[in-house]
Design a protein around this ligand. Structure first.
Ligand SMILES: [Ca+2]
Ligand SMILES: [Ca+2]
Ligand SMILES: [Ca+2]
Length: 909
């Protein structure tokens, strides 16, 4: 970047500057209790002196849950007679738990109830120099980090990138870094004898008088080495309570050192490459980053309004969920004229002195989002550093400095705590929450010696308040566990909204997709070439955007390219998505009932009237190519075609029809949707509540619990007792060929087999069994349903290409079929009972976590209308006054638990 230094600028342009910080004077007591998910109860004593109830049985759990209006289960018995701990589905604020406790007191069996509050030894870390870290303490004008540490001290799964001068090994950062990179390409600045390289160690950035007088660094300020990146890393993440040095804000998360600054600053071109790489975006000539950062600290500043190069990189990384924190700059000017503080979508941080007032050096103005202590030379910020004035000595020193750099690093540390606690938050949410929870500025700072009183026009929304923003982030919503089989891969969504993959290609056991949180739905697709499998994945974020990674040979990732990607990227321009599907092509359903498609388009499976491969989403046309299909509530992608379910219970299909898988009575391929006919080609299929597409056959579940199938019938995969292909739906027979299959709550289809979950938690399958994918202990193909052995309490099923997987109500998974060694089970034996998915060979069972524990499964998600079910079951997305027939017992509608006699009920009954 270019531009002339201003009067108060310290350095030539093109240089980052470091900032001083200040502290604020607030003495709020922070009286609070940490969130808890537990409640203590004690049963009353009866006439015989014994508790009226000996245990908390499922009936009592249901009663307590109803009173609490959320799941509440037995956790364990306590020491007192009749005394028990109950556990909520998540941690709630003190006030929320108090309210539940008060309601529970009304239960006639209970003597007392109390929140199971979490007591702390008032977590003051034992780091010997913590006493000098006034900026983190409450009494000294700091941000009261100990109160935040009561809630969390960080998660090891979160990565914070420090895009700066690199890093030094330091005793207080040992074990806390992941491999970074050195992006300094200018040999005049790199000081390590080369350009870009894989070692981000800081060689020093000193400038001698001779260098400043002539040569490539002429005009640069003469300076000792700053060890700037190491200082920032210490403020963010120095290990706390380790009896060593200082405490950083985050004691567990990882620092990603990304070197982009050398002697006398760094170039924008290197910094923006470093920013993208830090978030996991590939950079040409550099190995992909295996540990994408969710937080990127930019304690750098250069003169000039944010330019397109900087803004583009920031938009790219915030688009995939990385929070960018930028120092205001130390020029004492309007931050709007400095970069990256003036960029959109960053959290720009101003620096306060110990009185809570604006420091003389801090840039200020409406661009600032929030302020934090930056200190002054008299009251500076202690952090990890080195005593070397030129090259490092490696002495793990601790040195005081001040500046907006250090203020920004404190915000980055707090952001990493927030994401440690609730990884689902978007960058915009994090920014809003930090601003909305900030402490008010002090009003008399200038009279106490500050440069000026802060106002919201000068210094942002207020003073960084770690406790308040973490308390807000405690109200997490859990995801409903899901598992999806695919081509060469299984993908699982855990109840903490993290994503895990494993399968026939790649990881034999579940591994977490790094840096991914806040996911509400997953899909697994892939491409099969000469028996080599190339999987890819889609994930839907809570906010309605879609992430994609893996194979991209036909544009399945929707990013406009055919370059496969290791790390998730956001599908550009796609918003308000409520459901996703993947096969060799990708489908997305938007909240307005429209469908969008991209990827392979052979035979017209994208439904855009063409057979042209699409590398970005196109909208699904209407029947006959007129207008667009609308009113869609569910989508399915198969090997050859696609299905859509409309809210009126009708099914629409497009793509390859060689085996009749489109169900329109023909074998003609369709590039726009046609309506699936009724049985025997009479009328149209109706009353459907769920659809799935196999490789070359299709299944539909009707609201009466019956299953219908059409398309290729090799090996009996349609379940009608024959192997005759069908161009219109036939009804799946009952076990033994007697009557018809009923009581079905979930369906799945693989390459050549079909799988259903009945509402009693059992699993039934039919079709090809040569790979034992039916789970009945044999290898005999079946044209009528047989029961998979040893499975109970199943809440969801899914099919891979030639494999099957079942999710139980306790979060455990069982997998069977082809390549059982690669199904996460660690066995290739022909087990009679499908084996459990494990975390490693011989390891513990892998779990996707409990579904909303009192609630059972989201067995039917759509559409609405009149739905006949038998319990236990959960319905979500149901409008009020929609009639729902149940057989009685426990059920849940829209997240609330009810118990009812058989009959027709409505939400709230
Ligand atoms: Ca280098
Ligand atoms: Ca290097
Ligand atoms: Ca320490």
């Amino acid at each position: 970047m270019s531009g002339k230094p201003r009067k108060r600028g310290r350095y030539p342009s093109g240089v980052l500057s470091f900032v001083a910080l200040a502290l604020m004077l607030f003495t709020a007591p922070f009286a609070h209790a940490a969130p808890t998910d537990r409640i203590i109860i004690r049963f009353k004593a009866g006439a015989d002196g014994h508790p009226v109830r000996k245990e908390v049985d499922t009936q009592l759990e249901a009663e307590f849950s109803k009173i609490a209006n959320r799941p509440l289960r037995l956790h364990r018995a306590m020491s007192g007679r009749g005394e028990f701990v109950l556990k909520l589905d998540k941690r709630l604020s003190d006030a929320e738990v108090e309210a539940i406790v008060n309601r529970l007191k009304t239960h006639s069996h209970l003597e007392y109830t109390a929140p199971d509050r979490i007591a702390f030894p008032q977590l003051t870390p034992n780091d010997p120099q913590f006493g000098s870290q006034w900026n983190l303490q409450a009494a000294s004008g700091g941000i009261n980090a100990p109160s935040a540490w009561d809630i969390t001290t960080g998660s090891a799964s979160i990565v914070v990138a420090v895009v700066d001068t690199g890093i030094l090994p330091h005793a207080d950062l040992a074990g806390r870094t992941v491999p970074g990179y050195d992006f300094v390409s200018d040999l005049n600045r790199s000081n390590d004898g080369n350009g870009r390289d894989a070692d981000p160690t800081d060689p020093g950035d000193w400038v001698t008088a001779a260098e400043a007088a002539s040569g490539p660094l002429v005009g640069c300020p003469v300076a000792d080495s700053s060890w700037h990146g190491t200082r920032l890393a210490g403020v963010i993440a120095a290990s706390g309570n380790n009896a060593q040095g200082i405490a950083g804000l985050n004691w567990a998360s990882k620092i990603l050192p990304v070197r982009a600054i050398g002697k006398c600053g760094g170039h924008t071109s290197d910094i923006v490459d470093a920013i993208r790489w830090a978030a996991g975006i590939p950079v040409a000539g550099v190995p992909d980053n295996a540990n994408p950062a969710r937080v990127i600290n930019l304690s750098v500043s250069t003169e000039g309004v944010c330019d397109a190069a900087f803004q583009s990189a920031i938009n790219d990384v915030t688009g995939i969920g990385a929070v960018v924190v930028a120092a205001a700059g130390n020029q004492g000017q309007n931050a709007a004229n400095y970069t990256p503080a003036s960029c959109q979508n960053v959290i720009a941080v101003g620096a306060l002195d110990r009185n809570g007032g604006l420091t003389a050096y801090s840039n200020s103005g409406p661009q600032i989002a929030v302020s934090a202590p930056g200190g002054t030379s008299a009251d500076a910020i202690l952090s990890s550093s080195d005593s070397g004035t030129q090259s490092p000595t490696g002495d793990s020193a601790y040195i005081f400095t001040n500046g907006t750099s250090l203020a920004a690093a404190q915000v980055s540390g707090v952001v990493s705590l927030i994401l440690s606690h609730n990884s689902s938050l978007s960058p915009a949410q994090v920014r809003d929450w930090i601003r909305n929870t900030a402490q008010p500025f002090t009003t008399n700072a200038a009279s106490q010696g500050s440069y000026a009183n802060c106002t919201q026009t000068l210094c942002g929304a207020g003073i960084l308040n770690p406790y308040a923003v973490l308390a807000k982030a405690t109200s997490v919503e859990i995801a409903t566990p899901q598992v999806r089989g695919g081509l060469g891969q299984v993908i699982g969504l855990r109840s903490d909204a993290t994503v895990w993959t494993w399968g026939e290609v790649g990881n034999p056991f579940p591994q977490q997709v790094p840096g991914l949180g806040g996911i509400v739905q997953v899909a697994s697709g892939g491409y099969d070439s000469s028996y080599s499998l190339f999987p890819y994945s889609l994930a839907l974020r809570a906010g309605g955007t879609v992430l994609a990674w893996g194979y991209n040979g036909a544009g399945q990732l929707g990013d406009g390219t055919t370059a496969s990607r290791v790390n998730p990227i956001q599908v550009p321009g796609l918003t308000n998505v409520v459901s996703i599907a993947a096969a060799v092509h990708s489908l997305a359903l938007k909240s307005d009932g429209t469908v969008w498609a991209w990827g392979a388009n052979t035979a017209g499976k994208l439904g855009d009237g063409t057979t042209t491969e699409r590398h970005a989403p196109v909208q699904l046309l209407g029947p006959g190519g007129v207008g667009f299909l609308s009113g869609v509530v569910a989508i399915a992608a198969g090997g050859v075609g696609s299905l859509a379910l409309k809210s009126d219970g009708t099914v629409w299909a497009w793509g390859s029809n060689v085996y009749g898988g489109l169900g329109d009575g023909t074998t003609t391929n369709r590039t726009t949707p046609v309506q699936v006919l009724g049985p025997g080609g009479v009328g149209f299929l109706s009353g459907v509540v769920a659809i799935v597409a196999g490789n070359v056959h299709s299944l539909a579940l009707k609201s009466d619990g019956t299953v219908w199938a059409w398309g290729n019938n090799s090996d009996g995969r349609l379940g009608d007792g024959t192997t005759t292909n069908r161009t219109t739906p036939v009804q799946v027979l009952g076990p033994g060929g007697v009557g018809f299959l009923s009581g079905v709550a979930g369906i799945a289809a693989g390459n050549s087999h079909s799988l259903v979950l009945k509402s009693d938690g059992t699993v039934w399958a039919w079709g090809s069994n040569s790979n034992r994918n039916l789970g009945d202990g044999t290898t005999a193909n079946r044209s009528i349903p047989v029961q998979a052995q040893g499975l109970s309490n199943v809440i969801a099923v899914s099919a891979g290409f030639n494999s099957s997987v079942a999710l139980a109500s306790d979060g455990a998974l069982r997998a069977w079929g082809y390549s059982s060694y690669g199904l996460g089970t660690g066995t290739s034996a022909a087990d009679t009972v499908p084996p459990l998915v494990r975390v490693a060979y011989g390891g513990e069972n892998f779990s996707l976590g409990l579904a909303d524990p009192n609630m059972f499964a989201p067995l039917i998600e759509a559409p609405l209308g009149s739905v006949v079910i038998s319990n236990p079951i959960t319905l979500i997305g149901i409008g009020t006054n929609v009639p729902i027939s149940i057989t009685g017992g426990q059920y849940s509608v829209n997240g609330a638990a009810y118990t009812s006699a058989a009959g027709t009920v409505n939400e709230g009954d």
